[in-house]
Design a protein around this ligand. Sequence first.
Ligand SMILES: [Zn+2]
Length: 990
Amino acid sequence: MKKFFSLSGLVLLSYVGYAQAPAPGWQQQVEYSIDVALDDQQHMLNGREEIIYTNNSPDALPYLWFHLWPNAYRNNETAFARQQLRNGSRKFQFATQQQRGFIDGLDFRVNGQPAQLVPEASSPDMARLVLPQPLAPGASITITTPFRVKIPDSFSRFGHVNQSYQITQWYPKPAVYDQKGWHPMPYLDQGEFYSEFGSFDVRITLPANYVVGATGVLQNPDEQHRLDQLAAATAAKKTQKDFGNDLSFPASAAETKTLRYVQDRVHDFAWFADKRFNVLKSGVTLPSGKPVTSWVLFTNKDAEKWVQGLQDVNKALTYYSQWVGEYPYASATAVDGALSAGSGMEYPMVTVTQPAAIVHEVGHNWFYGILASNEREFPWLDEGVNSYVENRVAELDNPVAGQLEFLVKSPGLATKLGLDGLPAAALNQVPYQAVAARGLDQAVSGVASPDYGKLNYGIIVYSKTASLLKYLAGYLGQEKFDAALRTYYQRWQFRHPYPADMQAVFEEVSGQKLDWFFRDMLATQNRYEAAVSDLLVQPDAVKVLVRNDSPAPFAVPVATLDAQGKVLEMQWTPVFGGTKDDEQDETQLNFRRAGVASVVVDPAYLTPQLNRRDDQLRISGALRTWEPLQLKPLASVERWDRNFINWLPVVGANTSDKFMLGAAFYNNILAPKRLNYLAMPMYSFNRRELNGIGSISLNVLPRTVARQLLTGILVQRFERYRKVEPSLTLMLPHSAFGGPQHLLRFANTAVRDQDLRQTSSFQTLEYWVRHGNALQNWSGHLEFNYLTPDLSVDNPSREAALLRATATYGRYYSAKKQIRARLFGGYFLKSSADNPFYVGLSGSPDYRRQTAFLDRQQISDTFTAQIHQTDDRDGAFKAYLPVGSQRWLSTLGLEADLPVTSLALFADFGAVSRSRQIRPGDQGAQTLYYDAGLVLPLAKNILRVYLPVVGSQYTNGLPGSRKDFTDRIRFVLHIEQLNPFRLLDEQLAQ
Ligand SMILES: [Zn+2]
């Protein structure tokens, strides 16, 4: 069945004049002829390729760089293997040889002469082909080689799941040589593409009952007829029930077929083969009258969604052709495939994808396929620009389309969360705001794909680029923006544009210098803020003074609203401000007076502002910027027309306060503001007292050197103590990605014991460093404390100074099993017999009240603090040994996860200074201690139970009775790991 829908009412546009100017520069040309056979028993490809390489550059080339990307899956030494660890995956690291892949059997000849292939030492998936003679400018050579490829399991994109094959990046391919020289690159998950344009003639031999989706035009009439028949059969099915749920693989046919695909003006060739595929066929007619056939190939899984998916292929072909430029190829295919990286991946004319990503993946034919920018260096040029057009397609049917649309789909939920009435643009910016407000963002342009944080690759490259382009379209006007985009497409199609090339076209078509956008806004981490500075109301005009509080110039839309909040008039400021001069940082706009109740900067949420509380100003009244505070659960999105406090219910318990019930109130958890507060009152039903936590902190994001500077004060009351702790925290370096992370902190802690009527004081200076990947990680912690037991007594001999150092190392020995080591040393720089402070062998005396002990006051028989609960600081012995030192103490702790079970083994060794050792009833006898036993991880990282089997805590090293053993069982409870503020911070920093 074939279904066409056509575009009507499309205006012929005036951009044609611009488009005729050719793109400057030259480009290499590569023509491929490949024979390949699939062995679906051994999961191998056996092939032979012939390449005609034409050197259009002005340079003689003594060698060509080649990509041999199946070798990315060869071993753990490849760039791909390292990137997997960096991004948190151990799957490939611990894969068996049988699961991995490679390419071999290469025998390169150039014009028939043997040519030497020199593999790159750091990356076995790159090699230099040394030519027998340098290739002169304008000359061509014929390169031939046989090859054999072992198809890996699905670790990334090239791979197979059983007999379902995703054959991408599979043949030897020259790297790009352009005006900037060679671009050899190892295969990576992030930033896959940069290839030379040319033509492909590919013959694929495989068992006859496979269905294949591929780049290029199928040349076999028999197979075309077979696909049409399959499509007719599939079209008769409508519901999931019609398709059934059978996902088993039929046996492979004994006879084979050879399918031939031919295509020019593409830079890659991918194919996908599966014996189970259902086939659907449709098509569109483009405005020029050109027909394009669309296909979807899918298994019975999610079949119903794929039936809808066929319409998404048509939608992408239609709207991208309309907004960007006409699709130049004869067909477009979307294939259902198992990917272990992302929800879909684009290849010329064919994409492997899930149904939800079809528009995006088909859209990549324009941004990646036809405008073939360097994705490794400038991923925003394909992913970001494509996401912008994709969002526009999605918004045709759904005005709130975007990543958070599930929150606003139900009007009830949207109102509860304070999201009602927000446009998609506001919601799409939330992920950016969340990282930027923590100093975790990265620039859109100028950061190479592998250097982005795992989440930032999506948040910055895709979402932020799309949001900023929507903003630029608002500034330039949609028509002018579209004309520029079409001109960019016309001029650079089948070429390799750089960001400067896109900027040049946009400047030419718009007639404006756009450095402020392409250079300042895209290529820096500048944080933009604007505000309504002042208003002057005249009889027939409202004069508005708009202020740019950003470090760079930009333009903002400003609107007047009536009393109901409806936009009356909209104007854009010119590009202004970003100077240190107050006068230049303001600009004036004049609006009509009639009906105006207030003025708003950026009512439609186009600008990347983090703070919108100063975006609205009423023209009269006492509280011209104030919005009444609204209480909303959980979290809110920053809005110019609402002022939120968020809240969450909290419960707590310990043996002193017993059960506590309360609520946490805070101003923003998603995107911290400059000033953040938390008030968490908790009522103790036992003591009939109000406990809780309160904090205020100032969040400063330096532009260089450091990432974040937090200055704050914490007040805390539980268990009849009160703690007040001002502190200063500095996080380094400026980038949270790619290197060790450092933290420097100063705190001044005062703890008032309300029963003893005594206040202790502690000054702390501490330094943390940590680094690691999914395979191994290490950390260091150095802490200096000055301790005063009672501020009301001036007795220097009771004061102490303590230095503590901790180092940790962890390494996985299989995908899920780890060994951990911890080395600790504590040393008193100043101490005397009078002072009450010591450093403990079995956890720390928690002077600063950092740990939530269930029974700090030692009231209970079951959970006695220190005896049964450890905070795994200081000596961190898992067994309870009431040993401490006022001199020095050092321990080594080891833990190893056991194979098969979820249990782990532990062992601790400690040395404690003989002099001034604290050991009730047994003064200073021993210097060496040990323990060992089993760990029961009840809730990973939150609750672990320790069963000490042997150790110094037992007479003769072994338990004397069962009770002796069970009495000494201990646990560690890291309740702070459940803190949603902390969880969010940790997730975003990945
Ligand atoms: Zn994409």
